[in-house]
Write a protein that binds this ligand. Sequence first.
Ligand SMILES: [Zn+2]
Length: 215
Amino acid sequence: MKGGHTTGGLEWALSILNQEDLYYTEMRRELRALVAEWQACGQSFWKMIRKDCERAAALQTGWIAFFGADGKFLIGRDERSQDTSPRGVALTAFASLMNDPDLSLLGGPCDRCGRYFKKKRANHKLYCDRDCAHLASATKSTNERLQRDREDKLKRAKLRIAQWQGLKRKPKVGWKKWIATAVPDLSVTFLTRAVNSGDLVPPTDSAKERDYAKG
Ligand SMILES: [Zn+2]
């Protein structure tokens, strides 16, 4: 019987889940699919095999459920199947993972790098390590800064459009060129894109100015 109640199942599973050697691509994909399915079933193996799906049907063949020496319910792979295909090994590794007392420490995939990891604390959930957490928060603050910059530019563009609307005699250039000349960071490209994405409403009289719009 393979996959008894032993430690090491988590480490073995992690080594396959994070395997970068192309030779193990299929095994990695199979085990990742099994783990994802198990996570989608609320991390319950029993829910997973009861689910009416193709994967569950495949899962139920070649599995053995038994009580371990400590009275805990365990699962294993039927050794008679001797399945050494990538899928067979992935299933055996999955059984071994399910039986590992540290199973609840399986974390991942990391929100940044996609690796699975062994959790250090119960609330350690999103990132595999500090590097990924730091890089992710740096990316987040960069995105937030870009978002703030964009909102500021839109606000200023709206004020300029209101000014344009108020002009009694419109300049010969179109409104975009007129704004871009006065405010360098509000370029014609920025204004065009903002209008196209619906974030900016062009001046109501812009239709007849269309001939000048490109500057
Ligand atoms: Zn990571």
